[in-house]
Design a protein around this ligand. Structure first.
Ligand SMILES: Nc1ncnc2c1ncn2[C@@H]1O[C@H](COP(=O)(O)OP(=O)(O)O)[C@@H](O)[C@H]1O
Ligand SMILES: [Mg+2]
Length: 250
């Protein structure tokens, strides 16, 4: 399998604090990788760099045919970020839906305004995407009329609307009540089965073990361990991973 995402030697600091201290990570097309690790370890920052939402100081990130690297030219950096975002969609813990738009309008928004798709066609496709996440009946609901799990499924449909090659999910079940997590995780499992490339930042270790091909542990800005998800979680090789897993699974 060829690499869809290839992160090489990425470093980023906020002032004195080095948040990413030389990250190397390759995600082949079609792989599901769980990114786990302690809070503050740099997981969200890494996803934001891959998606072109944050810049970095050293290294490079290859996303499909698009290369992100530190540059002083703001135009070049904006253009590269735009290209990266066409290839990778992102879903956030807090949904980030437009509150005044219906589920359907949320999903159709970027195809209409970024891609210039005719409204009718965008709405038709949005309806099909809502069906794919099990929400065809809620197309006309506003976010405030939806449960957390439903909102998150709309957010997933919205990310899929731009037809990305990969989806980056940043703790997308962390804000949900336990009984609503399952409906979101099963959408993720379905996307995986359909061959979508997925990078999942998650504290759901049981889910990561079951549903990810590979896991990587990010702590203090570095990947301290990576390997087949089940093996890594059942038999961690580093003390750092063991400590982290003991805490989250306690
Ligand atoms: N905009 C920012 N300015 C300064 N520090 C930041 C900023 N964003 C994140 N950080 C710091 O970077 C570190 C990594 O954060 P983050 O990537 O959110 O970690 P994680 O997602 O693994 O919890 C944390 O110490 C956090 O406080
Ligand atoms: Mg985070």
């Amino acid at each position: 399998m060829s690499a869809l995402i290839d992160v090489g030697g990425v470093r980023k600091r906020f002032g004195e604090h080095e948040v990413l201290a030389g990250i190397d990570l390759v995600v082949p097309e079609g792989e599901t990788i769980a990114l786990i690790g302690p809070s503050g370890g740099g997981k969200s920052t890494l996803l934001r760099c891959i998606n072109g939402l944050a810049n970095f100081d050293q290294g490079r990130i290859q996303v499909g045919a698009c290369t992100l690297h530190p540059t002083r030219d703001p135009r070049e950096s904006r253009a590269a970020a735009r290209d990266a975002r066409k290839l990778v969609g992102m879903v956030f813990q807090d949904f980030q839906l437009f509150p005044h738009m219906t589920a359907l309008e949320n999903v159709a928004e970027a195809p209409i305004h970024v891609r210039g798709l005719p409204r009718r066609e965008a709405h038709e496709r949005a309806r099909a995407l809502l069906a794919r996440v099990g929400l065809e009946a809620r197309a006309d609901a506003l976010p405030r009329e939806l449960s957390g799990g439903q909102k998150q499924r709309v957010a997933i449909a919205r990310a899929l609307a731009m037809e990305p090659k990969a989806l980056l999910c940043d703790e997308i079940t962390s804000a949900l009540d336990p009984e609503l997590k399952g409906e979101v995780l099963s959408v993720i499992e379905k996307l995986r089965a359909e061959g979508m490339t997925l990078v999942l930042v998650t504290h759901e270790i049981g889910f990561a073990r079951r549903a990810a091909d590979r896991a990587a542990v990010l702590a203090d800005g570095a990947i301290v361990e990576s390997g087949p998800a089940r093996e890594l979680i059942d038999r961690p090789q580093t003390e750092r991973t063991r400590r982290f897993l003991e805490r989250v699974m306690a």
